[in-house]
Each structure stands twice: as structure tokens, then as C-alpha cells.
Ligand binder design. Sequence first.
Ligand code: NAD
Length: 261
Amino acid sequence: MTLSNRAAVVTGSTSGIGLAIARALAKEGANVMINGFGKPEDIEKERAGIEAEFGVKAIHSPADMTKPDQIAGMIAEAEAAFGGVDILVNNAGIQFVSPIEDFPIEKWDQIIAINLSAVFHAMRASVPGMKARGWGRIVSTASAHSKVASPFKGAYVAAKHAIDGLSKTVALETATHGITVNCISPGYVWTPLVENQIPETMKARGLTREQVINDVLLPAQPTKSFVTPEEVAAFVVFLCSDAAKQITGANLSIDGGWTAA
Ligand code: NAD
């Protein structure tokens, strides 16, 4: 196990990619704090399952990523529970699909808060401890939309491009402290986030469900198949290993070739 004696906070990990990342880090021996929303009984099942399956400590933080004080509190709680936060995975994210002229202002604010500002607040709170211990790994789930745009996703594309800039900046600030800071940029991963945007995309483009999947989502990906949450998680585990210590300030694609085109 490559991550024994490490502790990780994974935001937005009650579902989808984040849950797969938390489980993969735990499998490698890391204690994990999961975070996100959902039915309490479902969250408890996942949390207890991680402890039982991998023999690590797992706790859940209900911190809302739109609330800076709750984000700082989440990092402080993890530091107190685990003795430090070695790995921060900024993964919480939401999507909204609409033409710019109809884009609800509150959706813009919410996406910028969760997908971008939360990354700033969590980095700000966890870097001092990482610097003090001389080791840290920060991985933020950006997106192929941190490199290229698609219509109707103004807030999401703006937030994801900005995560790239923030990560590069913090990578430079922490480069001599044993800390790496990277973004990963998945293409389409089959999760509730993708499932839920299908009705909005059907409406925005006047298409059927099958047309959205086959003509909008998958054509972007030369492999013509979805990335899996487990593939993204394995990539994160590698970035958290000692073998990856020279990879910092990078925005790494895992997108079936999408952004090569
Ligand atoms: P998901 O909807 O399955 O999971 C999102 C998670 O974020 C959930 O745990 C949810 O509870 C949590 N969350 C939402 N709002 C929150 C808030 N205010 N505070 C705390 N937690 C909150 O989505 P996913 O597809 O697994 O997406 C995870 C990340 O991956 C996102 O940042 C997304 O932009 C990114 N991403 C997804 C894809 C994809 O195709 N699914 C592609 C590229 C990037």
C-alpha cells in the first residue's frame, strides 16, 4: 500500500468520481474524509463500507462548498481527526446548461462558488499544514472544459479554466516544500452529473436523450466511450504517490483523446 499513514480530504465524494477517488485512496491505506450531500443513510453506508473494506479511518464532513467558513472548518476537523491533511482532492462540482442570455445569475454564482472558489478556500486552509510537514498532494478535478469550451456551459467552462490557473500558481508557491499541485481533466465520465445534464441539453438543443448521448457527448471523445470513475481514481492515486513528485503545475487529460482534436 503506497499511502499508509497519509490522510486525505476529498470534496464532493458522496457520489461519482469523488467517491471512486476516496475509495481508491483508502484502498492504498490513506485515512479519508469524504464530503458532500445525500441521504444520511446512504452516506453512512459508504463511510462505514470504506472503513470495513480497507481498514482505514473514514469520516464524513457535510461542509457546503459554497460556504468559506465551512470549508476551513472541514480542513481543521480533518487535521484534528487525522493529525494533518496530506492529500487534498478538490472534486466537488456542479453543472448547468443554458444559453448565456438566459443563464440564471444565481446558477453562475453557485457554479463559481462550488467549482472554483471552494478550491481556493480548501487550498488556503490546507497548504500551511502541508508546508509544516514538508509533504503534500493537491489534485483538483478540472475537466476537458478547462482546456476547450462547449456552448451553453459558460459558468462551468469559466470555473474549470480558472482552476488550471490557480493550480499552476499554487504549484509554483509550494514547489520547494515537497508539495505537488495538479489538475486532472476528464472527458465524459458516466456519473449523475452527466446523467442530470441530459434533460437540460435536450431542451437547449432540441434533441432526444439518445441524440444527446450519441451526437453531443460521445462524438467529443475519439475513443467513443465514457471514462470510468475508477480510471480517474487510479490516476489520482498515482499523482499522490512518491513516484509522481516531479509532476506539479500540470493539467493532465484523461479524456479519450477529446482535447487532442
Ligand atoms: P456527481 O454529481 O456524481 O458528484 C458531485 C459531488 O459533489 C457529490 O458528492 C455532491 O454531493 C457534491 N456536491 C455538490 N454540491 C456540493 C456542495 N455545495 N458542497 C459539497 N459538496 C457538493 O458528479 P461527478 O461527475 O462525479 O463530478 C465530480 C467532479 O468531476 C466535478 O468537479 C465535475 O465538474 C468533474 N468532472 C466530471 C465529468 C463527468 O463527465 N462526470 C467530467 C469532467 C469533470
